[in-house]
Design a protein around this ligand. Sequence first.
Ligand code: FAD
Length: 308
Amino acid sequence: MMRSMLLGASRSGRLRRTVETVPVTRNLVARFVPGTDESDVVRAAGELVDDGLTVTIDHLGEDAADRNQADAVTRAYVSLLRAMGEAGFGPEVEVSVKLSAVGQALSGEGTAVALDNARRICAAADGVGTTVTVDMEDHTTTDATLATVRELRADFPSVGAVLQAYLKRTEADCRDLAYEGSRVRLCKGAYDEPPSVAFTERADVDRSYVRCMKVLFGGRGYPMIATHDPRIVEIAGSLAARHRREQGSYEYQMLYGVRPREQRRLVRAGERVRVYVPYGAEWYGYLVRRLAERPANMALFLRSVASK
Ligand code: FAD
């Protein structure tokens, strides 16, 4: 119930304005979001790369309200990719894009606008020798997002797709996407979905995650195991061994600020680990989703407000 409430709060404009005026939330924000500017995130990415990690950068924001906003987000990505090239990054630092941020939710022309903008971002990424992963949003967008990924892959085969283990359809989607060269990020899923389409019990989501990993590790693609769950990380390791996968033929992914010691432990064990690093002014929805995932984060937040 707390999770549903918080996910509702992540969409509340009034609550957002209240929270933004509480200065003590800044420490909590900084733990999950290294800054609002391009230079902040390029610096943070450099530090992670120095520690042996790889990175995917997300320009925060979703649901562009009009074409201008969608185009502005696209320009921000193109500018970021230029800055990444100037910083000397290659494929070790890529970007993650939400299609709703580049126009998918616009009525009528949304899918076409998002495809056009995503193509511009992919071309900019290609120009500096890196790639793009298309984030997955709520289940009403799954088909359109996978169709867009298919179109993008025709020109940019390394574009990554994201699948959410909480959706009942995902095991089948994993089978479709487990082909040679196909980069697939598997996550549990972050939205509040109805039982008609999603597993709602934690144990069922975890079981689905393991079934999906079996398909991805047994296939010919490149699995990207996006989770902080120690049990799932351990099972991923066993599956990689069972399928004789070399380190580097798959990767782990975790969020910036979440289990940083575990990220470095995996790197020391020879694994490839990618950190998802968000930046930008639109941190509110992202932060509230992280709070919804972990009561301990919520307690940290309440303590910081109480001690103001
Ligand atoms: P949970 O079930 O939240 O946690 C399982 C266990 O992990 C916990 O019991 C605890 O042991 C450990 N753990 C979790 N958080 C912490 C913490 N803060 N500190 C210490 N231990 C912790 N979702 C989408 O819907 N679409 C996307 O495109 C998407 N992209 C993502 C990309 C990346 C790289 C990652 C890591 C996640 C992404 N997500 C995305 C979010 C994802 O769907 C989950 O909501 C989120 O990762 C939490 O699930 P979990 O697998 O970490 O496990």
